[in-house]
Design a protein around this ligand. Structure first.
Ligand code: ADP
Ligand code: TRP
Length: 324
């Protein structure tokens, strides 16, 4: 199955990104024909500086490669290295009703958060549809926040096919739900925009320090506690073995457990979880050319598919080789 997903280069990956998206992307590689890319055209909608966007693209790519991206099998590239997708965006724009975009909640959310309401932000779902459709994607693994964009993609594809014939593959979404929401250090959803993240590859001491500062309630030590309402336990679930987890669960409920003790254990487990990858991540940090090479090779493979689809689409809409 052709599986495709895009990852915005908005900084180094945090553990919310990993357990909420990256881990599943990596798991899906083995049994599928996976296409993953760094969505730098999308990131431009929030006006990063030129150095930020370039650096973050390399950072996110290096994180993926470190954590297990199969550079031989999976097609992995930088979105802007396949510019055909922007031409395709225009062709799709011309079958996309304004109302469809006006209904998208992500635009309204971003504007409410203070992002400048530029046209790119508004047209973003059409670019995303082009990403998906140009590679004949069948399945798109994304977080729940992206569900509406996949519905818009399907809608645009159906409209295009109705107008020009059965050219485009209609994709399905695959909502990544195995982990609902990873909480950040302040208990809200872990997110760069809240400044409450723990990066996968920040120094180990910094990971443990942040974990010790996770917000907990003020239940006294002796009283029983509900593990399901605890931010520390929510993170422990991601990294502890089932037997150990059950033990902690019992201790929460029994009373007499101080949060410092469980935070200390969580720190150890979290650091242990990513330790096997640290060496490789450091090597890639010193060798960005390797990361660039992986992306360049991916771009070449991606571009071959994109060019082929775009040629069919141009032909269908009347921009093919013959004038009449
Ligand atoms: P951020 O909120 O930090 O900007 P993104 O929106 O770039 O993160 O998220 C990239 C991917 O990681 C998305 O698929 C999203 O669903 C997933 N993700 C981000 N934060 C979390 C979280 N706290 N819990 C679970 N998944 C998350
Ligand atoms: N919009 C997605 C996000 O913010 C990233 C993305 C861009 C994407 N193009 C895509 C995801 C195509 C899936 C398919 O996370």
């Amino acid at each position: 199955m052709r599986v495709l997903s895009g990852i915005q280069p908005s900084g180094r990956l945090h553990i919310g990104n990993f357990f909420g998206a990256t881990r599943q992307h990596l798991e899906m590689q083995a049994e599928n024909d996976a296409f993953y890319f760094i969505a730098d055209y999308h990131a431009l909608t929030s006006n990063p500086s030129p150095t930020e966007i370039a650096q973050y693209t390399l950072d996110v790519a290096a994180d993926y490669i470190t954590l297990g991206l199969d550079t031989d099998k999976t097609v992995f590239w930088r979105q802007s290295d396949v510019p055909e997708v922007t031409e395709f965006t225009w062709l799709l724009s011309c079958v996309t009703p304004m109302g469809l975009l006006q209904r998208c909640t992500s635009y309204k959310d971003k504007v409410a958060q203070g992002f400048s309401p530029n046209h790119g932000l508004f047209a973003y779902p059409v670019l995303q549809a082009a990403d998906i459709l140009i590679f004949n994607s069948e399945l798109v693994p994304v977080g729940a926040d992206q569900k509406q964009h996949i519905e818009v993609t399907r809608d645009i594809a159906v409209r295009f096919n109705n107008a020009y014939g059965p050219i485009l593959t209609i994709p399905r979404e695959h909502i990544i739900e195995s982990v609902a929401v990873v909480p950040g250090t302040d208990g809200r959803k872990m997110s760069k925009s809240y400044g409450n993240t723990i990066e996968i590859f920040e120094p180990e001491e910094s990971v443990t320090k942040k974990i010790m500062r996770i917000v907990t309630d003020s239940t006294p030590v002796e009283e029983p506690k509900d593990p399901e309402r605890c931010n520390v336990f929510a993170l422990l679930k991601l990294v502890a073995q089932p037997e150990e987890l059950a033990e902690w669960q019992g201790r929460y409920r029994a009373g007499g457990l101080g949060y410092a003790e469980v935070k200390k254990r969580l720190g150890e487990l979290m650091v242990d979880y990513f330790r096997p990858y640290r060496q490789k991540r450091a090597e890639l940090e010193d060798n960005p050319d390797y990361v660039r090479q992986v992306l360049a090779k991916g771009a070449e493979r991606a571009r071959a598919v994109a060019t082929e689809t775009l040629a069919r689409v141009r032909e269908a809409v009347g921009l093919g080789g013959h004038y009449v």
